[in-house]
Each structure stands twice: as C-alpha cells, then as structure tokens.
Write a protein that binds this ligand. Structure first.
Ligand SMILES: [Zn+2]
Length: 176
C-alpha cells in the first residue's frame, strides 16, 4: 500500500503509471491518485509526493471534515433553469431586437455562458442552482453579445441599460 506521511498520519494513495510526461496528483472526494510516467523511478515520484504532502494532507482532511456531496443538480432545478432562460430570451429579444440561433444548456467548465460567432448561446447547467436574477443576468450578457461581440464599454453599457443592478449578480457568480 502506498502511503504519504504527514503530521504523524498516513494517507493512502493509488499509483497509476502511464505514458505521461509529468507527475500529477489528483484528489477527489478525499481519495488520492498519483499519476506518473512509466519510466520515472519510484524514488523521484516519492520525492515529488513528499514535497506536496502538506497540500495533500490538508486537502484530504478538509474533505473528511466536510464531505460536501458532489453538487447534485435536481431535475426540478433544470426545469426551472430552462424556464428562466426561455423567459429571459423572450424578454430581451424584444428589447434588444436580436435572436440567438440556438440556445443550449451544457455542463461547461470555464464560463457561465458563451456566445459563438454563429450566434449560438450556451448556458452553463450549473446555473440551475442559482437564483433567478443571476440566470437572467447571464442570458442578458450573452444576448448583448449578439449586438456587441466583445467586452467593450459599449457592451457593458448595453448590459447596464437593461439591468441597472447587473453588477450585484455578476459578483454573485464570482463569489462561489
Ligand atoms: Zn461576455
């Protein structure tokens, strides 16, 4: 059994060797997986792990103390999300005089929403657990991109014109 020692405690980990170039440490739900290149000597892998032992220890402990369940999005929330998106698109398409080509809800990683040059709007599924106004802000934001394909002053003015307290909701997206 592979173990990392820190603070007088032993934390088990799983080793996965494959054709990769660097050593990676993944911690998911308190479980540690070390991914390493096949040819790298165990001694070096161990050294690498030892250097990260504090970080690993804290990460695992944090999970043990507060094993927050993987945020599960309920069917009900998705239904509500769809409804809010539809409502917001209807509202802002009238005001802004633009219509997206397609609207999709997807579990995307690095943005709350996106608007492509083909005028397709994608809304992040994770918004399903957010309050209605926050969802509305993201839809408005992406719809404004149908008019202004950038984040210029003109773009933000357009957002503000349509939701004068948008900064409150923008901030809420950043806060978590
Ligand atoms: Zn944007």
């Amino acid at each position: 059994m592979n173990e990392i020692e820190y603070n007088g405690e032993k934390i088990p980990y799983t080793m996965q060797k494959s054709r990769i170039k660097n050593v990676y440490i993944h911690i998911k739900e308190g479980k540690v997986i070390v991914k390493a290149p096949i040819r790298l000597k165990d001694k070096y892998i161990q050294e690498f792990i030892n250097k990260k032992s504090k970080w690993i220890y804290e990460n695992v402990k944090r999970y043990e103390q507060n094993p927050k369940k993987e945020e599960k999005i309920e069917q009900e929330d998705i239904k509500r999300l769809k409804h809010v998106i539809e409502k917001s698109i209807e509202k802002y398409s009238k005001i802004l005089q633009v219509m997206p080509n397609k609207v999709r809800i997807k579990d995307i990683k690095y943005a709350w929403g996106s608007c492509s040059s083909k005028r397709n709007i994608t809304i992040n599924l994770k918004l399903a657990t957010k309050e209605e106004k926050v969802i509305e802000y993201v839809v408005l934001h992406e719809m404004c991109h149908l008019r202004e394909m950038n984040h210029s002053k003109k773009f933000w003015d357009l957002v503000e014109e349509n939701m004068n307290d948008y900064k409150v909701y923008k901030k809420k997206l950043k806060d978590n």
